[in-house]
Design a protein around this ligand. Structure first.
Ligand code: FAD
Length: 600
């Protein structure tokens, strides 16, 4: 069975010493309440809930899974009781406005809570996680009446939310979507169609479920321009939220899947279900992006969670498993062999997971500041600026951190040798649960195309340019005055190389459009390694400064510096391989005719 101990020291390092959340909170209205004492207390409470309530349900939830019976879904033992404790603790509305029953704290505080919950038990965390996306969409696009009715219940947690996009024939390409919405005389719509793979679509946690559904109105334009967004409750209600009768939406079945067994993945049948338009007609996909960006950052957390949990569980095993002698001399003379942690290859695997977990945490928490700025912007211009900056980082965070999370899970399983493959140790569950993260909320391939296509080329390199400027600014400043100048030099070198390869790739694409698609994955991975290098360089600067001041927490800061050294020496150089692939011949990918794929 896996164990989980919330990495509170590292979280405090990131929010206080690295990113100075306190200063950031002085700049946003909801930050006034988020004093350092308050943050510490909330982190400690969330850590306790994650460690004591959720972590013990992780393996049993996987074993038991969800059960479906004629449209009714039962979650694993203990899940709904944990949810009851969650809502009694007021956790669901932590970062939502007080006027809708929330606690009005910054969005970034919600991300800390999501990391702790998600690492302890990802399947369970998806239920409140999906609700959060629905809450954000309602908050941004809902009318005041819709917010009063639905958002208050979602903040309270007595109702939960879902996101219904995918249909059997389309997931990435939502332009093909067919679900219909027919307008009714009373201003509502009748929704008809089937959505598949709907996480938390049905369960026994809450008295009502609010589905946020994409559908087409009659005569809507083809493709993505003809999609609208609807609120479809499981139970109809009166205006004050009193439940009246069952709506025409039912869970047709649940999927039997590789991982996240504790979370119900549902086929949802909408049969003349009453729905209400959310936002403007035919602008549903844009409105849904509010939801998707939240969910994508949430999924990036799943990557971080996989790295963290994998590392935490592989470490004690590596300290306590004995095999052969260390190459550099006996380390455990009292034992018949040395602990495997003395073998460089085992250390490589552990350090890779550690570097990805801590680097990922810094990346996500910094991005969380943009969500705070988005919510509290004084003007539309400021809101757009924050949203754009977050939008640029989102595909990198989502795809790079979920790919690296999966690698960490695989490495940690490897540390256990054959025992990693055996169920009782829980390592294979970490891998199975992490595997979905590179698929849903936009596959890695789709994120990669989004990054290079929409966020770089179509944006005329503006966001890309300002991101590079940030890296150069830090790099040059610390090249002169920093304590780890070598890292700054590397950061500058890798950024220059990124610029060169990007320009070269885009130039090649002007002659052959497939050059972009062929390069997209490598471009994204390069972007990920480079972004993480920026955070490791920053963390190294802070750690070195703390040591120079004579901090008493020497082991923590030395550990940071040693992990930074590993990152710059052993992980960042992988970017060179991605750069080489990025600008290799497109023909090597595209030349083979389809019928020759089969001539073997
Ligand atoms: C457990 C689980 C939970 C889910 N939860 C939800 C949920 O709550 N709500 C919801 O709406 N959906 C949900 N999904 C659906 C999920 O988001 C989709 O499965 C995902 O977006 C991929 O869509 P698809 O399966 O149709 O694959 P496809 O879109 O058919 O893609 C197949 C492959 O082709 C690649 N590809 C497709 N188009 C391109 C392109 N233009 N360029 C390059 N590569 C391309 C993809 O990267 C992928 O590798 C869930 C899925 C699972 C398995």
């Amino acid at each position: 069975m896996t164990v989980y101990k919330a990495p509170v020291r590292d979280i405090n390092f990131v929010i206080n010493e690295l990113l100075d959340f306190n200063a950031h909170y002085q700049t946003i209205p909801s930050g006034a309440e988020a004093t350092p004492d308050m943050i510490e207390a909330i982190t400690a409470e969330a850590a306790k809930f994650a460690e004591e309530v959720l972590a013990p349900l992780n393996q049993s939830g996987d074993d038991q899974g969800c059960q479906w019976d004629d449209g009714v879904v039962t979650t694993p033992d203990g899940f709904k009781e944990a949810y009851q404790m969650w809502i009694e603790g007021g956790w669901q509305g932590l970062s939502h406005p007080v006027e809708y029953g929330g606690q009005g704290l910054p969005m970034s505080m919600g991300l800390i809570k999501s990391e702790l919950v998600g690492t302890a038990n990802w399947s369970w965390g998806m239920y409140p996680g999906l609700s959060l996306g629905a809450m954000n969409t309602l908050y941004v696009h809902g009318t005041e009446e819709q917010k009063q009715l639905y958002l208050t219940k979602l903040c309270e947690g007595t109702w939960t939310g879902t996101m219904c996009l995918t249909e059997a024939h389309c997931g990435s390409d939502l332009g093909q979507m067919r679900c219909k919405a027919d307008p009714q005389d009373d201003g509502s719509y009748k929704i008809d169609g089937t959505k598949i793979f709907i996480s938390a679509g049905e369960h026994d946690f809450a008295e009502n479920i609010i589905h946020i559904v994409l559908a087409r109105t009659p005569g809507a334009p083809e493709g993505t321009k003809g999609i609208s967004l609807f609120i479809v409750p499981k139970f109809n209600t009166s205006e004050d939220g009193t439940i009246t009768d069952r709506n025409g939406v039912k869970c047709g079945s649940i999927e039997h899947k590789m991982g996240i067994h504790g979370n119900a993945t549902c086929v949802m049948n909408f049969d003349s279900a009453t729905g209400y338009m959310l936002g403007k007609e035919n602008e549903g996909l844009n409105a849904m992006f509010t939801f998707m960006n939240t969910a994508r950052i949430g999924t990036a957390i799943q990557g971080l969670a996989a790295s963290e949990l994998a590392y935490q569980n592989a470490l004690p095993y590596a300290l306590d498993r004995y095999s052969m002698r260390s190459l550099s001399g006996v380390k455990n003379p009292e034992k018949v062999a040395d602990a495997i942690i003395h073998h460089p290859d085992v250390r490589r695997m552990l350090l890779t997971a550690k570097a990805f977990a801590e680097g990922g945490r810094a990346m996500i928490y910094d991005a969380a500041k943009y969500s705070d700025r988005m919510v509290h912007a004084d003007s539309q211009e400021d809101r757009d600026a924050a949203e754009n900056e977050l939008g640029f980082l989102t595909p990198i965070l989502k795809a790079f951190l979920t790919e690296t999370g999966l690698e960490s899970a695989s490495n940690a399983m490897q540390v256990f040798g054959g025992h990693g493959f055996i169920k009782e140790h829980g390592m294979e569950q970490i891998y199975r649960d992490a595997r979905i993260a590179t698929l849903y909320e936009g596959t890695t391939g789709i994120q990669a195309m989004d990054l290079i296509g929409r966020k770089v080329v179509l944006d005329s390199f503006k966001l890309y340019g300002s991101f590079c400027k940030k890296l150069y600014k830090f790099g040059f400043k610390n090249l002169i005055s920093g304590k780890r100048r070598g890292y700054s030099a590397k950061l500058i070198g890798y950024t220059l190389s990124w610029n060169w390869h990007t320009v070269k790739m885009v130039a090649r694409a002007s002659k052959n459009r497939d050059a972009v698609g062929a390069a997209s994955y490598d471009f994204l991975m390069y972007s990920g390694y480079l972004s993480m290098a920026y955070y490791w360089a920053m963390m190294a600067e802070v750690a070195a400064a703390k040591l120079a001041e004579g901090s008493s927490d020497k082991d923590f800061y030395e550990g940071k510096l040693e992990t930074a050294e590993f990152y710059f020496s052993r992980l960042l150089p992988r970017a060179k391989g991605h750069a080489a692939c990025m600008n290799s011949s497109t023909d090597s990918v595209m030349a083979m005719p389809l019928d020759r794929f089969t001539t073997r």
